[in-house]
Design a protein around this ligand. Structure first.
Ligand code: HEM
Length: 420
């Protein structure tokens, strides 16, 4: 008989990490801190569909680095629809392993390498700086999520994919709706499925256009790439376009808004960075560690194995809680402090092993551009209301963050204090 102990508990009672609403509160970090100390690999059994929860850095990294034992092909997140996983498995990068993964990954490489990204940087910088000038000039609070954080990755991705301006808002809304896990009712699940289908339909149409009239964009590149002796099929091109959209649109905004919140709550770190902009790169890494936008990465065991003290059975799901791994006190001294000069900082914000984020260089570029623009224009951030956290165990972030931005060139006299 399989031994599924210890059980994931905190304060003596079982915690349901499969419940998206658990994440709207602020207990996750406290609960996982206790889990790391007591049982860093523990069985979590929400309503009988259990999984192993990995909350410590070292076993988490081990899971991510060993795809032969812990496969992604049966889904990489809790709550994904089995039919959707089955349709994408072996054909979409993030749910492929072995030869399929090795065939698909180089097809993405060209667009995420330095030269291509360098071409994007001036337009991105300009877009961010212009938007920020508007926001800083605003008399009163701005919602950083809606007004800045969502803009940056969507501008980048839609530009890379050559999505026409008039289609962008609708495509972004459909992508977000496809990920909205808060409502678990069958009606909401049907709406999510319809939103997913809308995104796919859009890319099938775009692919048809690009096959007829190829351009210098991600869709045309994927459509024309030959790997493993054959070109990608239409289904593979579209699945991977959707994968890029999901990967890029659902993560970076949370790093950006999380960074603003962190600087609002740790103003001395903003002053430190302003005084020494050479810390920009280490600040970016600290933002990735501290905000950890993906809440988890899931795998399925392909064979019986041990992880720490736990006996994992073949077929068991294993969920690595990345924000918890990134606060592991055995790896990060004073893990709950936000420190722009933290070094070393080998966080798992981008995962690890073969599925290490293919968009990592792009995400870093986006964060550097946003930070540089903020440094040039914002003297201080003031949080004016408690932020709204997303109800999701997969996307660790905010859905609203109201802040006042004090301009660098002070339009008000220091005695007048911050604008509200
Ligand atoms: C702050 C921003 C980002 C964070 C924190 C992040 C995080 C991650 C993580 C943790 C994984 C590993 C998932 C796993 O192991 O199952 C991953 C994979 C991936 N990410 Fe990102 N990501 C970010 C931005 C992006 C961007 C901008 C793109 C593309 C436009 C992207 C596309 C992908 C793709 C396609 C994969 C799958 C890679 C593979 O399976 O080989 N991500 N990302």
């Amino acid at each position: 008989m399989t031994d599924r102990t210890p059980l994931f508990t905190a304060g003596g009672s079982e915690v349901n990490l499969a419940d998206p609403h658990f994440f709207t509160g602020d207990r996750f970090l406290e609960v996982t801190r206790e889990a790391r100390r007591r049982h860093p690999v523990a069985w979590t059994d929400p309503e009988g569909e259990g999984f192993w929860s990995v909350t410590a850095y070292r076993p988490g990294r081990e899971v991510l680095r060993e795809p032969e034992t812990f496969t992604s092909t049966r889904g990489m997140r809790l709550g994904a629809r089995p039919a959707a996983v089955a349709a994408a498995s072996g054909r979409m990068l993030v749910v492929s392993d072995g030869v399929d993964h090795q065939r698909l990954r180089p097809a993405h490489a060209r667009w995420f390498a330095g030269r291509q990204l360098a071409g994007l940087a001036p337009g991105l910088r300009d877009t961010v700086e212009r938007r920020l000038r508007d926001l800083v000039a605003r008399d009163g609070p701005v919602d950083i999520v809606a007004e800045l954080a969502l803009l940056v990755p969507s501008w980048v991705l839609f530009t890379m994919m050559g999505v026409p301006a008039q289609d962008r808002d609708e495509l972004a809304a459909l992508t977000a709706a496809g990920f909205d896990d808060a409502d678990t009712s069958p009606a909401a699940a049907a709406e999510r499925a319809a939103a997913h289908a809308g995104v796919f339909d859009y890319f099938f149409e775009l692919l048809e256009q690009r096959r007829a009239d190829p351009g210098d964009d991600v869709v045309s590149t994927l459509a024309n790439s030959v790997h493993g002796g054959r070109p990608l099929t239409d289904d593979e091109v579209v699945l991977n376009c959707v994968g890029l959209l999901n990967g890029g649109l659902e993560t970076t905004p949370h790093a950006i808004s999380g960074a603003v919140l962190a600087f609002a709550r740790h103003p001395e770190q903003w002053r430190r960075l302003r005084a020494d902009p050479a810390l920009l790169d280490s600040a970016v890494e600290e933002i990735l560690r501290y905000t950890s936008p993906p809440g988890h990465a899931m795998r399925t065991a392909t064979r019986p194995t041990r992880l720490g003290d736990a006996h994992i059975a073949e077929g068991d799901r294993v969920v690595v809680w990345l924000p918890s791994c990134n606060r592991d006190e055995e790896v990060f001294p004073e893990p709950d402090r936000f420190l722009v000069d933290r070094r070393p900082n080998q966080h798992l914000g981008f995962g690890g092993g073969p599925h290490y984020c293919v968009g990592a260089a792009l995400a870093r570029l986006e964060l550097r551009c946003v930070l540089a623009a903020l440094l040039g224009q914002v003297a201080q951030f003031h949080e004016v209301a408690e932020p709204d956290r997303l109800a999701s165990n997969f996307l660790n972030g905010l859905q609203r963050l109201d802040v006042v931005l004090d301009p660098v060139v002070d339009a008000v006299s220091p005695a007048a204090g911050p604008r509200r």
